[in-house]
Structure formats: structure tokens, C-alpha cells
Write a protein that binds this ligand. Structure first.
Ligand code: FE2
Length: 469
């Protein structure tokens, strides 16, 4: 077995010199790798998690050479990988036996989600970017960064695919957590194509919050946008007193804005029990010392205050009226501020309406949704601005980056012209998959299951799916 899967230092030197296509993984510690590694080697961790999640995605049609200190762990790993049909080898004697070139530092560069967002919003930088998503096609079809292209990791071993990649663009490699993307960047680098990996992958991208002010009058509305997921939350400030509606993690964003704008968060509320993201209401209320309110028509295992239809909350010189609008959930509430600004949660979006099927009573909820829309929201003046809790991929923000519309615009939707029965018959045909992990997310948001903060990125990985389209 040794003779078959071991590679001598001189053979490895020749492979490097001849620029042959192979993957060279250094299994030593990150510290040792950074201190000095063989030219072209990528740092790799081989544990049970890697074996389960990353190895199945590594190409099997390319030679893999493993390196460690002395050729012991690398030999075991190469043998194990052989049982998984990899063409794997190990460097005989490891780094102790290597006299060839050594380089230091990290081989592939990375870019943070926030920096990528900045580039995507700069016209010149955007034109110069190529977002290369190296996940499998079904993963890409489910959820992706807008504008990215899909080339699964396995496909990067094909010369024609590499030749087709533009050499004049900044390539960003993307995967769920950054592991496959690192291998992709490594494979590109071996073919003289520069790239950066998206640090922390899509799980990290999904946790970035961006804030924008909608004007500068009182009340001031600040929209906080979870860019990767299309979740929207809102801070409404009147005379330095703020109400936060549908707060998202990470809550540091709200605390930063509160400090920079000089207001105090006094009330924290949700429009409904969310199914696609973890609500930050509990933590934000505790840290900011604010009062925490939830819908009085839903069950909660938290000691919150409850809101019912027609309740009024005063803050600064403004007031917020509660409107019970069941349909998406039984307890969904809309909040009307100063009779001008309506926070619609997941009942009415700019381009769609909320899905009524996440609580298993789709017919009843569809009728409720119809009545909430037609007999409550559409009875308000048409010029009232709506601020929903999500936006779809097809919707663009206004020129200031804000997602909002008047009721007049939002109701220009064919489904909203239907009679009640036709509306219900249309809505129950919904075929959009349910949000990932939605039952667990609901249980956490209700307070039935305790939240582990480190769970949030993985629980929220994936698109928002709260509308019917
Ligand atoms: Fe929702």
C-alpha cells in the first residue's frame, strides 16, 4: 500500500515544476502552515466534520497529495480518502523530508461580507467583480447572491471551465461557510487566476445588517436591512425616543445606531411570531432597557407585554396604533404610526402578500388574510406608506435604498383584484418551499427552546420565504 500511495519529495517537486493539476493539502496546524509550507499547498483540517461536509464536495477526478510533519497522519488520511474513491497520496516523510521551496503566509486572500457589499454597491467595482458560487447546482438554485454565477467545485478541474473564466475581473469564490470556496481559490491560484474567498461564506453574508434613513423628519424612520436574506426591520424615532419593530440579530447594529443618532430605544416589538429568522426582541429589550411587546393573539413562553387591536403606544410626540391583521399568522399585527406610516410585517409586501400556510390552517388563514387586507389595510388612505418586514429578489429599493411603497402601489397586484373565494383558491395553490428550519425557529421565537447564539447563522442560512411568490 505504501508504494502505491506515497509520493517522494523529488516526484512532488517535478509535479510542481511541470504545473500539473493536483491538489496539495497541508494537514499541519494553521500556525505551522503560516510559518512555512510547500508552494501551492492549501491549509486543510481533517476531522469528522470535514469528512461529512466538505470531502463529498472535493473533486474525485484530480490527484490529491497530503502533507503533514512526518507522513503518519497524512498516510492514514490518504488511505481513508482512498476508501472514498479519492485519488489520494501522501508526501513520504512529510515536511521533515522536504528540501524544496517553502513559502510563508496564507495562500488565498479573503473578503468580508461588508466589504463585498460595498463593492457591489460601487458601480465601477461591481463591473469588475465576478461572484463565483462553487456550491452544487441545487444549492445555488435554492439561494444565491444576486448576480453570482455557479460553477461547482468539481467543475474547476476542467481546463475549458478555467479557460472561460475572465482574467480581468476580481473573482470572489462563494460557498456556505468558506471551506469549499477556499479550495476553489486554491485551485484557481494553481492556474494563475487570482481570487478572494467570501469570509465565513453565505452564513456570514446572511448576518450583515445595513441601515438607511428614510428622510430626516420627525418621526425618523431607519430601515435596517439583513441584506443576504431580505429581512427588513425598522427603528422609528420621535424626539430621541425610539420604537424598534422586528429587530434582527446581531443586535449590536441597533445599539450602534442608537449611540450615533443619540436616541434611546424605549419600546421593542414584533409584528408576529417569525418563522424564517430569529427575533432579537428579547435580547435587545434587555440590553437597552426597553419595554418588550408581542402580539396578544399568539402564545409566548416569555414574560412580555401584549398588544391587542386598537392599542396605542406613545413615543416622543408620535403615536403607534395597533391593527390586528391575521392571515400570515393568527396574531399578526400591523403598526400605523401617526396615521401615515404602516409597518405591515408579513401581511402586505411591496410585490406580494404573506403566505398563510406556515401554521397548517391554510384555508382559514387565507380567508383571514383576505379580510385583513381588504377590510383593514385597504381601508386606510392610499397614500399611507407601507414598510414590510421582507422584500423579494424581484423588488428594487427606491433611490435612497429604502424598501417601501404606498398602499396604492402595493395593491396593484392581480391577486388583490380577486373575489374572496377566488383569492383563497389561488392562495392555497402555494408551492413555495417553506423556510428552512422554520419549526425550530418558531419554537425559539416563542421561547419554547432556548436560543444558542452560535446557532443563528446556520438556522438562518437560506432565503426568506414569507410571501406567496
Ligand atoms: Fe413571517
Amino acid at each position: 500500500m505504501d508504494k502505491v500511495i506515497s509520493i517522494s519529495p523529488s516526484t512532488l517537486s517535478k509535479l510542481i515544476a511541470n504545473k500539473e493539476l493536483f491538489l496539495l493539502f497541508d494537514l499541519r496546524s494553521q500556525e505551522k502552515y503560516n510559518h512555512g509550507h510547500i508552494t501551492g499547498a492549501s491549509h486543510a483540517v481533517c476531522d469528522s466534520k470535514t469528512k461529512e461536509t466538505i470531502m463529498p464536495k472535493i473533486p474525485k477526478n484530480v490527484k490529491i497529495i497530503l502533507v503533514d510533519d512526518d507522513g503518519t497522519v497524512s498516510k492514514e488520511t490518504a488511505e481513508m480518502m482512498r476508501t472514498m474513491q479519492f485519488d489520494s497520496y501522501y508526501l513520504d516523510g512529510g515536511m521533515n523530508n522536504w528540501n524544496g521551496n517553502i513559502v510563508s503566509g496564507s495562500i488565498s486572500d479573503s473578503i468580508s461580507s461588508v466589504d463585498l457589499w460595498k463593492k457591489l454597491n460601487d458601480k465601477d467595482e461591481y463591473d469588475n467583480l465576478l461572484l463565483l458560487d462553487v456550491r452544487e447546482p441545487e444549492e445555488y438554485a435554492d439561494f444565491r447572491i444576486a448576480g453570482s454565477i455557479n460553477l461547482p467545485l468539481q467543475e474547476l478541474t476542467k481546463k475549458e471551465n478555467l479557460d472561460n473564466l475572465p482574467h480581468d475581473k476580481q473573482i470572489i469564490t462563494i460557498c456556505p461557510h468558506g471551506n469549499r470556496a477556499k479550495i476553489a481559490s486554491f485551485m484557481l491560484e494553481n492556474n494563475n487566476i487570482e481570487s478572494k474567498t467570501l469570509k465565513g461564506g453565505l452564513a456570514n453574508w446572511n448576518q450583515v445588517l445595513i441601515d438607511r434613513k428614510d428622510g430626516d423628519s420627525d418621526p425618523l424612520i431607519i430601515q435596517v436591512h439583513k441584506i443576504g436574506k431580505g429581512c427588513l426591520s425598522h427603528i422609528v424615532v420621535s424626539e430621541k425616543e425610539a420604537v424598534v419593530i422586528d429587530p434582527l440579530y446581531p443586535i449590536e447594529k441597533y445599539l450602534e445606531i442608537s449611540t450615533s443618532e443619540g436616541f434611546k430605544i424605549t419600546k421593542v416589538l414584533n409584528t408576529h411570531q417569525h418563522a424564517d429568522h430569529i427575533s432579537a426582541a428579547n435580547d435587545l429589550a434587555q440590553i437597552s432597557g426597553a419595554e418588550w411587546y408581542e402580539s396578544g393573539y399568539e402564545s409566548w413562553d416569555f414574560p412580555t407585554k401584549f398588544l391587542k387591536d386598537k392599542d396605542v403606544i406613545k413615543f416622543g410626540n408620535s403615536f403607534l396604533k395597533v391593527i390586528h391583521t391575521p392571515g400570515h399568522t393568527p396574531g399578526s399585527l400591523c403598526y400605523l404610526v401617526n396615521d401615515k406610516y404602516l409597518f405591515t410585517g408579513d401581511i402586505l409586501f411591496i410585490e406580494s402578500v404573506g403566505r398563510p400556510d406556515l401554521r397548517d390552517k391554510i384555508y382559514d388563514f387565507s380567508h383571514d388574510l383576505y379580510h385583513s387586507l381588504h377590510n383593514k389595510i385597504f381601508k386606510l388612505p392610499l397614500k399611507v406608506n407601507i414598510y414590510p418586514t421582507h422584500h423579494g429578489e424581484s423588488v428594487s429599493p427606491n433611490k435612497y435604498g429604502i424598501y417601501k411603497a404606498t398602499i396604492e402601489i402595493a395593491r396593484k397586484n392581480k391577486i388583490l383584484e380577486l373575489s374572496e373565494n377566488d383569492f383563497v383558491n389561488e392562495i392555497v395553490k402555494i408551492s413555495t418551499p417553506r423556510p428552512k428550519n422554520y419549526t425550530r425557529i418558531i419554537q425559539i421565537n416563542k421561547g419554547v427552546i432556548p436560543l444558542l447564539q452560535e446557532e443563528i447563522p446556520n438556522l438562518e442560512l437560506g432565503p426568506n420565504r414569507c410571501s406567496i411568490q
